[in-house]
Design a protein around this ligand. Structure first.
Ligand SMILES: *[C@@H]1O[C@H](CO)[C@@H](O)[C@H](O)[C@H]1NC(C)=O
Ligand SMILES: *[C@@H]1O[C@H](CO)[C@@H](O)[C@H](O)[C@H]1NC(C)=O
Ligand SMILES: *[C@@H]1O[C@H](CO)[C@@H](O)[C@H](O)[C@H]1NC(C)=O
Ligand SMILES: *[C@@H]1O[C@H](CO)[C@@H](O)[C@H](O)[C@H]1NC(C)=O
Ligand SMILES: *[C@@H]1O[C@H](CO)[C@@H](O)[C@H](O)[C@H]1NC(C)=O
Ligand SMILES: *[C@@H]1O[C@H](CO)[C@@H](O)[C@H](O)[C@H]1NC(C)=O
Length: 399
């Protein structure tokens, strides 16, 4: 288009030149041609510089500027350089987004979260953080306990909350949960949508490069040790804490679907609690798994519960040495049935919490310890009052 217009222009100019020569006004025409050629050289040079500056900016700015750059370049008339978003996004925004809300869909989010740096050393002073991922329907009834738990430890944790999409209540601005809700979708118990929500939480948390450990929690979970102890326990562990075992009974092997073969065979089949704790390596594997996830989604439907089998089996297949095979979230299955015991106000006492904390022996980093559980469930909202009463002494909260 531009080229042909230019040709027309040149032809036009030469015709006029011939006419002018015949008319004898050669001198005036020569000056006009000279001026025009200087002007056009400047325009072309300007466009060239403009283009290079744009390319340079597109490479040095945050990834969002690619699409902005693309759309501005593809529009027929170039907008003035001043409109280009030079100031949007600095390095610190890129390694740790300030806002957890965004407009990415799941596919875009998982893809972005699957990116792993290939330079081991961080170009900034990185303090590893623990990401607390709350998977809840609505309000967190025990939020007040968590507020006390987190108090004074800013910079060592991040919080992400996945709720029902219709839940729109906003916590007070002073709360640690303020503005920590991620774009959420409906979740059905025992279905693939549950695992989708877990992956969504993980993916959002992976966008912050300082998050090193990732704990999944529900609205009925409580911490049973103080923040410092939990932080050190997780950050210094060489393994993740995903309950994973081979259950030979009907509720374990009985849920294996032959259609999972050959991707997953019965000897790989594992069961475990959905309430995981993952390190960054495994979190990255879970969000970027395109091999096992679709097969489970297709062939592990109730009475096969994907949230109890997918991750325990995945980690056994891809990186078993990274898992301790035990959960750090205590729960009471002793009564049997499809759901674990739920504790009410009358159940909560210092004795009860101490029994949970010191009940068993387990291995941590290869040696035996009594500290096996960091969290416990399921606590009814009515337990908040006794918990707040006991917590300062038990958990060393500075109330
Ligand atoms: C870039 O622009 C082209 C042409 O308008 C369009 O087809 C393409 O989808 C755009 N890409 C992005 C990432 O916006
Ligand atoms: C656990 O093992 C890792 C790797 O060997 C080590 O860096 C870490 O300090 C150990 N943690 C504790 C509490 O001993
Ligand atoms: C199941 O898979 C494991 C490893 O992936 C393999 O060693 C084993 O032979 C397989 N068993 C069957 C019955 O295919
Ligand atoms: C966890 O289970 C896997 C697979 O069964 C096994 O390879 C691994 O050694 C176990 N890890 C520990 C700490 O026992
Ligand atoms: C835990 O181990 C200690 C010794 O290391 C032992 O005395 C105690 O009985 C064990 N507790 C349980 C519940 O097995
Ligand atoms: C946290 O718990 C540990 C272990 O129980 C204890 O040594 C420490 O003093 C506690 N910290 C606070 C601030 O209470």
């Amino acid at each position: 288009m531009k080229q042909s217009r230019f040709t027309v222009f040149v032809k036009d100019l030469s015709t006029r030149f011939k006419n002018e020569v015949r008319g004898g006004s050669l001198h005036v025409t020569a000056s006009i041609v000279l001026c025009l050629s200087i002007a056009s050289t400047m325009v072309i040079l300007g466009m060239f510089i403009n283009d290079h500056v744009k390319k340079y900016l597109a490479l040095s700015e945050n990834p969002y500027s690619y699409s902005l750059c693309n759309s501005s370049l593809s529009s027929p008339s170039l907008p003035p350089l001043i409109q280009f978003p030079i100031t949007s996004g600095s390095f610190s925004d890129w390694i740790s987004p300030k806002e957890v809300w965004h407009s990415m869909n799941d596919k875009e989010l998982l893809w972005r979260a699957s990116m792993v740096p290939h330079i081991d050393e961080y170009p900034y002073n990185r303090t590893p953080k623990v990401a607390f991922l709350f998977l809840t329907r609505g309000r967190l009834p025990l939020a007040q306990l968590w507020e006390k738990f987190f108090k004074g430890h800013e910079g060592l944790y991040s919080i992400y909350v996945h709720t029902s999409p219709e839940f729109t209540e906003v916590p007070p601005e002073s709360s640690v949960f303020y503005n920590r809700r991620i774009p959420s979708k409906p979740v059905e118990w025992g279905r693939a949508t549950m695992v989708d929500a877990e992956r969504r939480l993980l993916a959002n948390a992976l966008l912050d490069f300082s998050n090193e450990r990732f704990v999944l929690l529900s609205e009925t979970c409580i911490p049973i040790l103080n923040f410092t102890t939990i932080y050190k326990y997780l950050i210094n562990s060489k393994q993740s804490f995903i309950g994973s075992f081979d259950d030979p009974r009907h509720n374990g092997r009985g849920r294996y679907n032959k259609l999972l073969w050959p991707t997953v065979n019965l000897s790989d089949w594992r069961k475990g609690s959905q309430w995981f704790e993952l390190d960054r390596k495994l979190a990255g594997k879970m969000v970027s798994d395109v091999k096992y996830y679709p097969v489970f989604r297709e062939h592990c439907k109730p009475p096969c519960y994907m949230d109890e089998h997918y991750l325990p089996t995945l980690v056994t297949k891809i990186w078993p040495e990274l898992n301790s095979n035990r959960s750090i979230t205590w729960v009471d299955w002793s009564a049997g049935g499809p759901h674990p015991a739920r504790f009410l106000r009358k159940d909560v006492s210092e004795n009860f919490l101490n029994r949970i904390r010191n009940g068993i022996n387990c291995t941590y980093n290869g040696s035996i310890t009594k500290v096996c559980f960091l969290f416990a469930r399921k606590f009814h909202p009515s337990t908040l009052e006794p918990l707040l009463r006991i917590a300062p002494a038990l958990l060393g909260f500075n109330s």
